[in-house]
Write a protein that binds this ligand. Structure first.
Ligand SMILES: O=c1[nH]cnc2c1ncn2[C@@H]1O[C@H](CO)[C@@H](O)[C@H]1O
Length: 414
């Protein structure tokens, strides 16, 4: 910023007010995007948006019935009715850069569309995890039942659909009771990924799922996306598994088909290979060689590499430094999840420093940065964005439980 105005002691009201004004003005100029010059039409839109925002803020300040201060899951419907939300929904967003393969499309669409497809079976394993799979003829690995048969046993099929939805989404009316702590919610969250994976990785289902998901983003006026994925091999009805390269080719072709069908409202999507971090060095070594192959085969479509899973329970980046440095050497971009932890001084919050030293192009979550001034300075110097998602933090009991007071809420200041 600019040098601060000198604010010495004064007993003169007009000098005092002038100093005060100078400080407030300086704060304004520190705000991200303050240098943008709006066109006359944008000015008009801004007036409407700011009036709506001021009204909602003023109301919240008076009544304390302020939606962003509540658990997101309990106020989604009200949020969708908010004027500010409606305006923002229509505004062009640029890019959605932090998405996960199996959490791309609405769970309600998955239930209403994909679970009505023929040949879909379901079963519970001994840990009561729900699995789905499309088969010509079910195998003997589990007590498979045809989903359509189970559904037809219900007097009210919507009850069955609601049960399926509850296995595919964290949404609940009583989040505090259902998710008392961070490990509980993470384990339920993992269960969701276990349940949905084989449902959407059936090759035709994946094509429908990805195509529909891109449509949901385009409808929100998002123009480009990058999605991370663990790359489970796609499979055919007869059980044939595609190779990783064949699977990525399906991702790419489906994306291309969507872009061709929507040339005036969507630019494209790219894939970040992001396998689980809770593994040994030999496995990371394999990740790295697959990543190199993918980058060669899909130089434009595959954006780079990441590691996913609960950081506090997985391995820290430093454990894999030998393997990961090979990616830097091969000039492959990395987008590590790092610093998604409430803890300070544990191995995991050092991930933020390793992600920066490993030359991450962007960092997933990264909010541990608020506790590491040296890393924060480095991120600024290298211009590394943090992909902050207050809703993710809130519903998974990371960090502040309300957005008001979220530790990153001042990051739009330069
Ligand atoms: O916020 C997150 N942090 C770390 N890992 C995550 C997060 N969200 C989802 N996944 C992980 O991504 C995989 C699917 O692509 C899942 O295994 C899930 O655990």
């Amino acid at each position: 910023g600019v040098a601060h105005p000198s604010a010495g002691h004064t007993f003169n009201t007009s000098d005092y007010l002038q100093q005060r004004r100078a400080i407030l003005d300086q704060e304004e100029t520190d705000i991200l995007g303050q240098g943008l010059v709006l066109s006359a039409e944008e000015e008009e839109v801004n007036k409407i948006l700011m009036a709506a925002k001021d009204a909602e803020m003023e109301d919240g300040f008076q009544t304390l019935d302020f939606l962003p201060s509540k658990n997101f899951m309990t106020v989604i419907q009200q949020m969708e009715e908010s004027q500010v939300f409606k305006i923002i929904r229509q505004m062009p967003k640029g890019a959605a850069l932090h998405l996960h393969d199996t959490a791309l499309a609405s769970a309600s669409w998955v239930v209403q569309e994909l679970t009505y497809w023929p040949h879909l079976y379901m079963c519970y394993d001994t840990d009561d995890h729900l699995f789905f799979r499309f088969f010509e003829k079910p195998d003997t690995s589990c007590a498979w039942e045809l989903v359509s048969a189970v559904r037809s046993n219900y007097v009210d099929p919507s009850e069955f659909d609601a049960m399926l939805f509850s296995k595919l989404s964290l949404l609940t009316e009583d989040p505090n009771e259902k998710y008392p702590d961070i490990n509980t919610v993470w384990s339920i969250f993992q269960g969701y990924f276990i349940a949905i994976t084989d449902l959407v990785m059936y090759r035709p289902a994946w094509e429908a799922y990805l195509y529909h998901a891109l449509g949901e983003f385009a409808d929100d006026n998002v123009l480009y996306v990058e999605f991370r994925g663990t790359l489970p091999p796609l499979y055919e009805l007869n059980g044939t598994r595609l190779t990783e390269e064949e699977s990525v080719a399906v991702y790419r072709d489906t994306t291309q088909r969507f872009v061709n069908d929507n040339p005036d409202r969507f630019f494209g999507a790219r894939f970040i290979y992001a396998p689980p971090r809770g593994v040994d060095n030999a496995t990371v070594h394999e990740y790295v060689s697959l990543m190199k192959r993918l980058k060669k085969a899909f130089p434009d479509f595959v954006a780079g590499f990441d590691l996913v899973g609960q950081e506090d329970k997985g391995e820290p980046l430093i454990a894999f430094v030998d393997e990961l440095l090979q990616l830097s050497e091969a000039d492959i971009r990395v987008f590590y999840h790092a610093g998604e932890t409430n803890w300070m001084g544990m191995e995991t919050d050092d991930n933020i420093i390793d992600a920066l030293l490993l030359n991450a192009s962007r960092i997933g979550h990264g909010y541990a940065l608020v506790k590491h001034p040296e890393a924060k300075a480095l991120a600024r110097e290298r211009d590394v964005p943090m992909e902050v998602c207050p809703i993710s933090n809130q519903v998974r009991r990371h960090q502040a439980l309300q957005f008001v007071g979220n530790e990153c809420s001042n990051w739009w200041r330069t």
